[in-house]
Design a binder for this molecule. Structure first.
Ligand code: FAD
Ligand code: DHB
Length: 396
């Protein structure tokens, strides 16, 4: 069974859904092909922090209403080390910008609702998805659904299928330069029923490693701590988790964590990855299919939004003016912002974690960097402008 559309988008994560919606607003048709069920992607706990440019973009696209109502704007973050908490005044240092805490799966629900309301099909539960003829003028995407083979014939393919999807692999290996760094640690994440421990997120460094106090709602909190890469969820009963979080947050100021029943535990791998190029023929990669950041800078979802903002505009120009100029430059332009975020995420990770086998000098350098950040307005401004998000390129 074959269907036709202008752009076939693989993956209904933030990148794929946002791309479909931005294309629709420009009068461009798409179909989204997703391997998981709707319930699965609407229920997967992932990111929590939206940058200022992401929030602005979602507002402009008409999908920011619930996020404005239910999200929490934060004007600063805490950096805790050496027994003290220091505040980075994001708002004051960036001319009034802030970040918004809004769970990724809530954003996914908003985007799915918008895409379906546009009349765009999302093919949930697609199996054996494969890309064909991406370097010709008639690419197609094949998959199975409900036991039958299906094909979407299209003009362009949006490869928004995350790190493990087939899109990146469809670019010939000889044309791809891949950069990978695997960190010798992982993050252990929890959700618990408790009131907030702090009004703002706290990124903590201690000799035992990294810890992060984040939030979801006034009654549900999200916290993370650095663990060993091979750790399993079952290695961490609740009491061990709280003991470790208390130790990571130990301070001389009398500040303590508000604890409560844990109802979700997960382990997140830590890596930096970039695929150059992000395009080949009529295939364009966006989001985690092209790059991964360690979560410390809260950049992954935001970087996906930045790619899509650029790609949707380039496709819009193609269909309005029959010009491939912007499409041809997509990867070259997108990759600069990607590397900036990659560097920031690596910087935050290196500054806040402890790695086995490090020498004493590296540890002293880390402490010198932290001391500099909280004593120099210039250093704090640099962190703040990266954290709230640098402007999306190519967006008018
Ligand atoms: P994905 O969300 O991975 O979506 C890809 C989609 O493609 C998925 O739905 C998948 O099912 C589908 N797919 C895969 N293979 C196929 C196939 N073969 N066929 C069809 N479909 C396929 N980022 C932030 O910006 N801020 C944060 O605070 C933050 N915190 C994080 C915390 C955690 C615990 C984790 C895990 C991540 C965090 N991130 C954060 C990163 C962020 O979640 C990702 O960068 C983001 O999901 C990337 O979006 P994407 O659409 O590119 O990819
Ligand atoms: C959250 C995740 C992050 O990666 C981060 O840096 C800050 C907050 C979160 O899930 O709340």
């Amino acid at each position: 069974m074959a269907t036709r559309t202008q752009v076939c988008i693989i993956g209904a994560g933030p990148a794929g859904l946002l791309l479909s919606h931005m294309l629709h607003l420009q009068g461009i048709e798409s179909i989204v092909v997703e391997q998981q069920t709707r319930a699965a992607i609407e229920g997967t706990i992932k990111a929590g922090v939206l940058e200022h440019p992401t929030v602005e973009l979602l507002g402009q696209l008409g999908v920011g209403a619930r996020l404005r109502r239910e999200g929490f704007a934060h004007r600063g973050i805490g950096l805790a080390f050496g027994g003290r908490r220091h505040r980075i005044d994001l708002h004051g240092l960036t001319g009034g910008k802030s970040i918004t805490v809004y769970p990724q799966h809530e954003l996914i629900k908003d985007l799915i609702a918008a895409v379906l309301a546009n009349g765009t099909a999302i093919e949930f539960g697609a199996g054996a998805v494969s890309l064909h003829d991406i370097d010709g003028i008639h690419p197609s995407v094949r998959y199975t659904r409900d036991g039958t083979g299906r094909e979407i014939r299209c003009e362009f393919v949006g490869g928004c299928d995350g790190f493990h999807g087939p899109s990146r692999q469809a670019i010939p290996a000889a044309l791809r330069q891949e950069y990978l760094k695997v960190y010798p640690c992982a993050w252990f994440g929890i959700l618990c029923h408790a009131p907030p421990s702090s009004e703002e997120l706290v990124y903590a460094h201690s000799e035992r490693g990294f810890g992060l106090v984040s939030t979801r709602t006034p009654a549900v909190q999200r916290m993370y701590f650095q663990c060993a890469p091979g750790d399993q969820v079952d290695d961490w009963p609740d009491e061990r988790i709280w003991a470790e979080l208390r130790a990571r947050m130990a301070n001389d100021e009398g500040w303590t964590l508000k604890e409560g029943p844990i109802f979700k535990k997960d382990i997140i791998a830590m890596r930096s990855f970039v695929c150059e190029t992000m395009q080949h023929g009529r295939l364009f990669l966006a989001g985690d299919s092209a790059h991964i950041v360690p979560p410390t800078g809260a950049k992954g979802l935001n970087l996906a939004a930045g790619d899509v903002a650029l790609l949707a505009r380039a496709l819009g120009r193609y269909y309005r003016h029959n010009s491939r100029t912007d499409l041809d430059r997509y990867s070259a332009i997108a990759i600069k912002r990607v590397w900036r975020s990659e560097h920031f995420s690596w910087f935050m990770t290196s500054m806040l974690h402890e790695f086995a086998g490090e020498d004493a000098m590296t540890r002293r350098f880390r402490r010198a960097q932290l001391d500099y950040l909280v004593s120099s307005r210039a250093a704090a401004t640099s962190l703040a402008e990266n954290y709230v998000g640098l402007p999306f390129v190519g967006v008018e």
